[in-house]
Ligand binder design. Structure first.
Ligand SMILES: [Fe+2]
Ligand SMILES: [Fe+2]
Length: 263
């Protein structure tokens, strides 16, 4: 990674360390802990991780590798646990959590390619055929992957559980548009796309605007309640980094307080 990106990344870590843990993670820590226990101990997840995490290394260049997919898996399955907490029939409860974890693990498997959600869904279907999952379960995972892209209208799911998995995957992926985007993803993407300091500076307001817009797209009840706080933190951190970037480029005078270019 280029020196200026390393410097910005370090600054982002320093600034991010001052932010509180979002309420989603403190309020639902028990659900999150259970999901992580399943993630590291369930035999099916273990064998699937052995297969998929090697592939995910390829997407690491864009900041969408193992770490991103694990976090999405955990948050997706946590959201599923919460969304299903009111149901009386708990027989398949753990199975739905496992499907949420698998959806998170696979969702960015084709991230470096165009139309990665559709291609990822097809690749996941191909791989998952070799594991003990029913065609219906594979269908639910693939539908969720197909529906996870931002600012794209999702396809409706044929049954309520499939809809919950799809919506939870989307929200879990968009939770990454909070602090995570500035402690990890952005610097990998900027390095991969060979952006200069000036390129980054020019694109920053557009990026912040995208983050702002994602706030209104959460799909689950829990996502709608707790997602905006996560995104708000991302926006605040983004603005702090942008100011730092403006100062280090000596461009502070060309831009106003909010980072917009003066006319
Ligand atoms: Fe994606
Ligand atoms: Fe993702």
């Amino acid at each position: 990674m280029e020196k200026f990106l390393e410097k910005l990344k370090q600054k982002a870590f320093f600034l991010a360390s001052r932010y509180e843990l979002p309420s989603f993670y403190s309020k639902f820590y028990h659900y999150h802990a259970r999901v992580r226990h399943i993630f590291f101990s369930d035999p099916l997840i273990s064998i699937i991780r052995e297969r998929v995490e090697v592939e995910l290394e390829k997407a690491d260049c864009l900041g969408h590798g193992v770490s991103h997919s694990r976090k999405v898996s955990w948050d997706c399955a946590t959201l599923i646990s919460i969304e299903l907490s009111g149901i009386s029939d708990k027989r398949n409860y753990k199975r739905f959590i496992i499907l949420g974890i698998i959806s998170g693990l696979f969702h960015d498997i084709c991230r470096v390619e165009e139309n990665h959600a559709e291609l990822g869904a097809r690749k996941a279907a191909e791989i998952l055929r070799n594991y003990p999952l029913s065609p219906d379960e594979i269908g639910m995972v693939c539908k969720a992957i197909r529906n996870h892209e931002a600012f794209v209208k999702p396809l409706p799911c044929s049954d309520p559980i499939s809809q919950i998995i799809s919506d939870c995957l989307y929200d879990a992926d968009k939770f990454r548009w909070g602090i995570d985007i500035f402690t990890s993803t952005l610097w990998h993407m900027a390095s991969y796309k060979k952006l200069t300091e000036r390129d980054l500076l020019e694109r920053f307001p557009w990026g912040l605007d995208g983050i702002r817009k994602i706030q209104n797209t959460f799909r689950t009840q829990t996502g709608k309640l707790f997602g905006p706080e996560i995104i708000e933190q991302g926006l605040m951190l983004g603005k702090e980094i942008y100011r730092f970037l403006l100062e280090s480029c000596g461009a502070g005078d060309e831009h106003n307080h909010y980072g917009n270019k003066r006319n």
